[in-house]
Structures are given as C-alpha cells and as structure tokens.
Design a protein around this ligand. Sequence first.
Ligand code: MG
Length: 261
Amino acid sequence: MSNAPATAKQIILKTPSEIEIMRRANQIVAGTLNMLREKAVAGISTWQLDVWAEEYARQHDATPAFKGYHGFPGSLCVSLNEQVVHGIPSKKVILAEGDIVSIDFGVCYKGFYGDAAATLNIGEIDAKVADLLKVTRESLYKGIAQARVGNRINDISTAVQAHVEKHGYSVVKQFVGHGIGTALHEGPEVPNFGSGKKTTPRIMAGMVLAIEPMVNLGTYEVKVLKDGWTVVTKDKSSSAHFEHSVAVTESGPLILSDGIR
Ligand code: MG
C-alpha cells in the first residue's frame, strides 16, 4: 500500500534479526501474491481474491495489514486497468479477459510488516499495456539497485523516473513508497520522481524500504474516487504498480519479498 505524503514519519533502522522477521513477513506476502496469480482468471470477483488473500495470511500465522487501516474495507488492494492503487475488493467487480489487475498485499507477522504488489494480466492483453507492465517492473529493479549505503533516497527516485520516462510513460507523484517496519508506513518517503534536491535522506544499513513505482500509460495525473480510496488516472489510461520491500545491508539491497512470479 502506498503512502499519501502528510507529516514526515520517523526513520527507524532495523537489526539483522528484525530484518529476518521482516523477510518472513514479506515471504508470506510473496506467497499470497503467487497464489493469487494462479487463481486470478476471467470470471473471478475481486472480493474472492480478497478472501483468498486473507485466508492465506492467517494460515501462515500473519494478519492482513490493510484491513481496517485508516478504515480500508478489505485485506487486499485490487486495482483494475485505469485504477492506480487502493481499489476496494467487490463482489460486483469481475475479472475479464484483457484486464490488468494490480494486487497489493500487506501482512503483520510477529509485530513486523510486509508489503508488496504486482500487476497481473488476465489472459491476452493489449501489446502496449503489456509493455507498460514490463517497463514498470523494470523500473522497480532500477530503483532497488540504487538502495545502497551512501546513496540518497533521491537516487532511487531518479532511477525509477528515468527508466519510465525513457519509454514514454509517466510516474504518479501523488503517492509514494515508504519505510516499513513495526508500522506499515514509516519514514522515509520514497517518491518515484526526482526532487532535484540533494537533501533527501542518506540511505543507511538497516533501512527497510517499500519501493513501489506506480506508472501510467498517459499523463501522471490521478484522482481519488468518491469511495475515498480508489485512485484512478484522470485520462482513464491504464496504470501499473509493482512493489517490493527491500532491506539495505552493507553488502547491498536485499529484496525481502523476492520470489514473486
Ligand atoms: Mg507500500
């Protein structure tokens, strides 16, 4: 789940043993997303995906992190096509051939949070949209590669943005990635666009960052629907979203939610 920037949140460094618990939390998230990838086919409602996600988390001794978070009604954020993030699961929303669907899931396990997302294709999708998914996923890994001791958060942001814009797509600016730990959203904010400032935080060993490019086929502009949650592109163009939780170690970035297919 992405963060709408408000007041600055504290940056809290994690010990190696805390990072190990967070790896387990994120592996439960990765397992959930892989399970959903198999089950998300045309004819299935987004409500059903939510039920399966919550069941999977609870079977693995974790609790769904998004359920009730600032009043979010589901366990899973399910965002179709022009929806960017924070789509609400619904019995009325049925997956159809040609859709793309962003599934964003978080859990709390032994007091620590995991958070990751992927955008899936439902059967055959438009070639242009398939390229959007490919470029968005690539941009996530470009950002992760910059999550190194001595760099600044802005190095992650500019790497994501440069890759996206090279391919003619737009990064969403209204929502950002975030630190994660004993809270779902900690500092620092991790934008997907460069600020041009040299004052973004230095990246330190022990930081755990949820890096999450949200990328639109059209313009960067988005709006929130009347339900108070669902973020959509203003021009109704398709949008993709990929997210990993990443620990910064002295030897480089460690993707805690790795293994997502
Ligand atoms: Mg997130």
